[in-house]
Design a protein around this ligand. Structure first.
Ligand code: PHB
Length: 384
């Protein structure tokens, strides 16, 4: 070893010791209440699309084992799950709109509970991020406005360009809300601890919120209040099923994921969060920055404004590591810290973070689709 690599190694050890001491003192690894649900710690497994569902959008047979392996997360938010066939945007994602789907999810929630875990379901309608080949009878995907997104759909023929969607008629909107209500009831029947309304990442609810994708002239478009109307109606319907203390909402105020943007995200999301406060929601899940990308994209936006405004728990997501998670818990600027990709390759992520153990890197080739490989065969540290 040269003296410079030696001193790098010494300082790495010092950093690890420092992190271990901070982890031992932090409440990140201590139990906390999420409304009526007790969590073993403040680390949340993010909803992660793994594209391993079976025919008819039934969750795959390995999903129970996959989630059980990760049940030491304080909370698991199960993968984005379509609330209807219309809400489906990718092949091999699961649904929550039929009895066989509910029955399959029941086995998964029971297994996670048996392992001491807690699990919410993420309710998903993709809106325009779909393709006729995935829709019933080859129908066009629906959206607030007939504006074609840039990007590709993942279909049985592989990746194909997205299409110009059909704008929903005003009198179709109660039907959309009903899809959410039924899915919320199904999630309850399936034994979940609660649900998360997916209003992020350029999917249907986000398409209504933001003015790049919503150019309607009815009561669901135009003003911020109008653009937020669908999310508020959906939230009211889901809260009527679950009670606010078992419902969270996910937003991504400045993300461009899904070819989306807004001319004034600060004003839009300040209004949205103020209105969401009327429902007594248990958490607000915020993707800080660009989804899976920069935490500080060019758009000027401070998510802490939302955090101070919101009355429930603030869950933060996007590129967190142990050091950042400890920082935000020391500063008390975040209540729950969400990890995505690290949970794919580290089923025992909580224990690895707590002990400052090395993390395995996920293999991109097996993230979406396939079988057990890259899904349930990442070992826990104690088994490797
Ligand atoms: C995806 O399937 O790629 C996906 C799903 C939900 C998200 C983001 C990405 O919020």
């Amino acid at each position: 070893m040269t003296s410079s690599t030696q001193s790098t190694a010494v300082s790495a050890t010092a950093t690890a010791n420092d992190l271990a001491a901070r982890a031992a003192a932090s409440d990140l690894f201590k139990p906390t209440q999420l409304g009526p649900v007790q969590l073993a710690n403040r680390i949340v497994m993010a909803p992660l699309t793994r594209s391993r569902a079976k025919e008819d959008d039934i969750p795959g047979d390995l999903a129970a084992e996959y989630y059980v392996q990760r049940a030491s997360a304080g909370l698991i938010i199960a993968e984005a799950t379509q609330i209807s066939q219309q809400g489906k945007g990718y092949v091999f994602t699961p649904g929550i709109y039929s009895q066989p789907q509910v029955d399959a999810w029941k086995k998964i929630t029971a297994a996670v509970h048996g392992a001491g875990g807690k699990i919410f379901l993420q309710l998903w309608h993709v809106g325009r991020i779909s393709h006729p080949s995935i829709q019933a009878d080859g129908a066009l995907p629906v959206a607030p406005s007939a504006i074609k997104p840039e990007g590709q759909a993942y279909t049985t023929d592989g990746f194909v360009p997205l299409v110009t969607p059909r704008a929903l008629a005003t009198d179709e909107m109660p039907g959309i809300v009903k899809q959410y209500r039924t899915a919320a009831e199904n999630a309850k029947a399936a034994g979940f601890d609660g649900v998360e309304i997916h209003a992020a990442n350029g999917y249907l609810l986000d398409q209504f919120l933001r003015d790049k994708t919503n150019q309607r002239t009815d009561v669901y478009g135009g003003s911020i209040e109008n653009r937020a109307r669908l999310l508020m109606e959906v939230t009211a319907a889901v809260v009527a099923v679950w009670g606010g203390d078992r419902v969270g909402v996910r937003i991504s105020p400045v993300s461009t994921f899904g070819d989306i943007a807004d001319s004034n995200p600060q004003a839009l999301f300040t209004y949205v969060v103020g209105q969401l406060n009327n429902f007594g929601l248990v958490y607000l899940h915020v993707i800080e920055g660009d989804t899976g990308g920069s935490r500080t994209p060019p758009v000027n936006f401070d998510p802490q404004i939302l955090r101070r405004l919101f009355k429930g728990h603030y869950m933060a997501n996007n590129g967190y590591d142990l050091s950042m998670a400890l920082d935000v818990r020391d500063a008390k600027t975040v209540d729950l810290v969400c990890f995505g990709r690290p949970f794919i390759s580290n089923p025992d992520l909580v224990e690895r973070l707590r002990t400052v153990a090395p993390l395995a890197t996920p293999d991109p080739a097996t993230m979406y689709g396939g079988g057990a490989g890259g899904y349930i065969d990442y070992p826990a540290l104690k088994d490797s």
